[in-house]
Every structure is written in structure tokens, then in C-alpha cells.
Design a protein around this ligand. Structure first.
Ligand SMILES: CC(C)(COP(=O)(O)OP(=O)(O)OC[C@H]1O[C@@H](n2cnc3c(N)ncnc32)[C@H](O)[C@@H]1OP(=O)(O)O)[C@@H](O)C(=O)NCCC(=O)NCCS
Length: 155
């Protein structure tokens, strides 16, 4: 597997891919400016993407991460996530946060890289999206907040 991961200008963010992770294009467009976008490519074809937004001093949030359905379960999502984790570690970040509405396999995907459950943002998806969101036939209501702390930066 030869995977290339690079940061690209947010204006070139692959919207179709990001919509797999976040169903609202308006919402994605609202956080893209000021965020960083990373893409994973194989033989010149973009197979995965993620967006990271600065939250404040030393804190960042992974706003969306997705791998094209034809390429899932091949380790690309993990490679992209690890790349981002190490990049922000090297930049001196204290923590990386992520919110997920799906408490299924995505939870293990994040926990495997050291993310820990922080809290539940109750009714987040009802209050922040104009339309109900369904995943695997289940309506999303609450957002599970996870945090990866960089212990070497914690004073
Ligand atoms: C989450 C996502 C980015 C993971 O990317 P990926 O390239 O498929 O993940 P990896 O191949 O690195 O898989 C890592 C582990 O995650 C779990 N996993 C990933 N996809 C899974 C699936 N469809 N079903 C069950 N487990 C899955 C597995 O434990 C997997 O390890 P394994 O294959 O050794 O069992 C990708 O599945 C995706 O785009 N999902 C839809 C969008 C989404 O849910 N984004 C996150 C929003 S919170």
C-alpha cells in the first residue's frame, strides 16, 4: 500500500468525500475556512480526507474524516488519523477532540488511537442540523465527545 497524505487548500477540499462524514454541506462550508484539510491518495486518486479546526490555544477538533466506501477497511482511515495526531503532537498541541453521532465501529476507530470519552452533547444533532440525520436507519440525537490528550504537553 503506497499512501500519500498531504495538506491541501481548503478551497480544494473534496466535498463529496466529506459529506460521507458530515451530511450538511452548509455546515462543512462553515468550518472549512480557517481549518486545515488533509487528503490521503493512492496512485494519484484521493481515497480519504479529513478537516481539522483550531479550537483555541493548543486545542484542535477533527471536524470530519472519511474514506471512500470502495476503499474502507484498508487501513487508510487509520493512517490519515495517525498522521493528523502526530502532526499536531509535533506542533505542540495539548489535545485533539472529535465528536461522533455514531457509537458504533467509529468509536473503536478513535479509541484505538488513544481517544477517550469526554462527555455527551445531548440533542446536538437535533439542535444543530435543519433536517433529522439517520445512519443505518437510526436517527442521530446525541453527540459523543472524545478527546486525545498529548501527555507530554500537559503541564
Ligand atoms: C471511519 C472511517 C474514516 C474509517 O476509515 P477506514 O479506512 O475504513 O478505517 P481502517 O481501515 O483504518 O479501519 C480501522 C478499524 O476501524 C473499524 N472499522 C472501519 N470500518 C468499519 C466498518 N465498516 N465496520 C466495522 N468496523 C469498521 C475496524 O475495527 C477497523 O479495523 P479492522 O479492519 O482491522 O477490523 C471510514 O469507515 C468512513 O469513512 N466511515 C464513514 C464516515 C464516518 O463515519 N466518519 C467518521 C464520523 S464520526
Amino acid at each position: 500500500m503506497s499512501l500519500t497524505i498531504q495538506e491541501i487548500p481548503t478551497k480544494d477540499a473534496p466535498m463529496a468525500l466529506l459529506l460521507i462524514a458530515d451530511p450538511s454541506e452548509d455546515k462543512i462550508r462553515s468550518y472549512l475556512p480557517g481549518s486545515k484539510c488533509f487528503v490521503a491518495s493512492r496512485e494519484g486518486v484521493v481515497v480519504g480526507a479529513c478537516v481539522v479546526q483550531a479550537l483555541g490555544v493548543g486545542a484542535h477538533e477533527l471536524m470530519a474524516i472519511a474514506v471512500h466506501p470502495d476503499h474502507q477497511r484498508a487501513g487508510y482511515g487509520t493512517a490519515l488519523l495517525k498522521h493528523v495526531i502526530e502532526l499536531f503532537r509535533a506542533s505542540g498541541a495539548r489535545r485533539l477532540e472529535v465528536g461522533t453521532g455514531t457509537f458504533g465501529y467509529q468509536l473503536a476507530f478513535y479509541q484505538r488511537q488513544g481517544f477517550r470519552v469526554d462527555h455527551i452533547d445531548r440533542d446536538f444533532f437535533v439542535l444543530n442540523y435543519p433536517e433529522p440525520i439517520f445512519e443505518d436507519g437510526i436517527q442521530l440525537f446525541d453527540m459523543l465527545r472524545l478527546t486525545l490528550r498529548y501527555p507530554e504537553q500537559e503541564a
